[in-house]
Ligand binder design. Structure first.
Ligand SMILES: [Zn+2]
Length: 201
């Protein structure tokens, strides 16, 4: 996706529709700075603002992603391209998140173990300090585990082993599910069966 081209396209359409950056920001209920960022090709408009933006400009979401008015003849091919790029970007982001999950788990466990090993030798002479260290290690571990699990819940999908349906379960469902690594025993919202569901991107 060509952010620079999309940015230029947004700026052109904004001027054509008679908006300044300020008045467009006001119309969409966002800051001027967001608009300037879109137009400089730093980021895309937030998904929630895209329909309103396109409506103001009289363009389609597909035009917006393409950074140009797509003629009807090319419309299908172009929107397929755009969907593919979006899917790829999500996949990449999910992959990075899952790497972060491993790192968080590792850091959490390492700091817990470090606190335990450091507190054992001083437990007799300084009991309350040792206890505080143990608790601190445990709290860090739990916080890391919480964030890691949150990432695992939202990045990618769980795939039902029975019907192949991919879904994002609730945090509660992931929290209580038995697991082997990232494969969890979950209920499929489509077929209703419980199975060992693999994490897929
Ligand atoms: Zn299923």
């Amino acid at each position: 996706m060509d952010l620079k081209k999309i940015g230029k396209f947004i700026a052109e359409n904004r001027k054509k529709a008679g908006f300044s950056q300020e008045s467009l920001a006001e119309e969409l209920d966002i800051s001027n700075r967001s608009i300037s960022k879109w137009e400089r090709g730093i980021c895309l408009p937030e998904t929630a603002k895209m329909p309103a933006l396109c409506k103001l400009f009289g363009i389609t979401i597909n035009d917006l992603f393409s950074g140009e008015i797509v003629d009807m003849k090319n419309n299908n091919a172009k929107s397929n391209d755009n969907l593919l790029v979006l899917a790829k970007e999500k996949e990449q982001k999910d992959r990075q998140l899952l790497t972060l999950e491993w790192a968080l788990g590792f850091i959490g466990l390492a700091s817990f173990l470090a606190m335990v090993f450091l507190s054992i030798p001083i437990a007799e002479s300084h009991f309350s300090l040792a206890a505080a260290m143990f608790i601190a290690g445990f709290v860090i571990f739990m916080a890391a585990a919480f964030f890691a699990l949150r990432i695992e819940q939202t990045a990618g999908y769980y795939k039902c082993a029975q019907c192949g349906h991919k879904h994002v379960p609730t945090f509660g469902a992931v929290f209580v599910a038995m697991h082997l690594g990232r494969t969890r025993h979950l209920r499929c919202p489509k077929c209703g069966q419980k199975s060992w569901q693999k994490k897929v991107l």
